[in-house]
Design a protein around this ligand. Structure first.
Ligand SMILES: Cc1cc2nc3c(=O)[nH]c(=O)nc-3n(C[C@H](O)[C@H](O)[C@H](O)COP(=O)(O)O)c2cc1C
Ligand SMILES: Nc1ncnc2c1ncn2[C@@H]1O[C@H](COP(=O)(O)OP(=O)(O)OP(=O)(O)O)[C@@H](O)[C@H]1O
Length: 201
């Protein structure tokens, strides 16, 4: 790896990163699968063209690990390594604990305001804040927000961390690894769900 992003571990309200412009993407990013990779790459490329730093804002543990007992697909170190390989300038790791979880969508919007996002990249199903009240439309009322179409695998199903966890739980490790997209296996061909265009996860 020849690119070393700055890593900012954030405990409760002690945010240590303030920027005067950024291209941002936000999510649990458990497994950093093909959908996440496409989102992070979009933010990195967009940041380069805008001349601002790119920021990946993620949570540790993944919210579903804390809330639903889901088994994380990787350790936090492996997650940081995978995200780093995609070339962002900064990775913010927010500790996802009971107090963080209680934040409202507006608390979170105020917090990411410190990063002065010129653009935020999301998938359409992104939800955040207590009771999952925050959605891309709410973020779009504060920031310039871009929605990436869902990345699907060959069979047409949307790639998700939940699906990869289910494949693993069923002992289907090869399929799970292919969907995750980080093994040495021949890559899965994926489509963006709109037909026609194919990308490699
Ligand atoms: C700032 C913030 C960001 C969040 N991001 C995610 C996320 O990327 N993925 C996810 O599954 N849950 C995420 N969550 C968790 C959900 O939005 C929600 O808090 C959780 O499901 C608990 O819901 P409840 O408040 O109804 O119990 C986030 C929560 C907060 C506070
Ligand atoms: N297949 C996908 N294509 C495009 N964007 C995606 C895809 N999967 C997730 N995203 C986006 O990535 C961001 C982080 O989402 P998250 O970490 O919750 O991923 P997930 O795979 O949906 O996880 P889970 O299955 O545990 O809910 C969100 O903006 C989400 O919309």
């Amino acid at each position: 790896m020849d690119h070393h992003p700055r890593i900012h571990v954030q405990i409760q309200d002690e945010a240590e990163l303030t920027l005067c412009g950024s291209a941002l993407t936000i999510g649990a990013f458990d497994g950093v699968h093909g959908g996440h990779q496409a989102l992070i790459r979009s933010a990195v490329l967009n940041a380069q063209s805008l001349g601002v730093p790119s920021v990946v804002y993620t949570f540790d543990p993944p919210p579903k690990a804390l809330l639903c007992g889901a088994r994380p697909l990787t350790s936090i170190d492996e997650k940081i390594e995978r995200i780093s390989a995609l070339g962002p300038d900064h990775i913010v790791v927010a500790r996802f604990d009971a107090s963080y979880r209680a934040r409202t969508a507006n608390d979170f919007i105020r917090e990411i305001g410190r990063l002065s996002p010129r653009v935020i990249w999301l998938g359409s199903d992104f939800r955040f804040g207590s009771c999952k009240k925050g959605n891309p439309a709410l973020l779009a009322s504060h920031f310039d927000t871009r929605i990436l179409p869902a990345i699907c695998c060959e069979s047409g199903e949307v790639v998700s961390s939940t699906r990869i966890r289910a494949l693993r739980a069923a002992g289907r490790f090869l399929e799970a690894d292919r969907l995750e997209g980080w093994s040495e296996l021949p890559p899965f061909r994926v489509s963006n769900g709109n037909g026609g265009h194919h990308a490699t996860a």
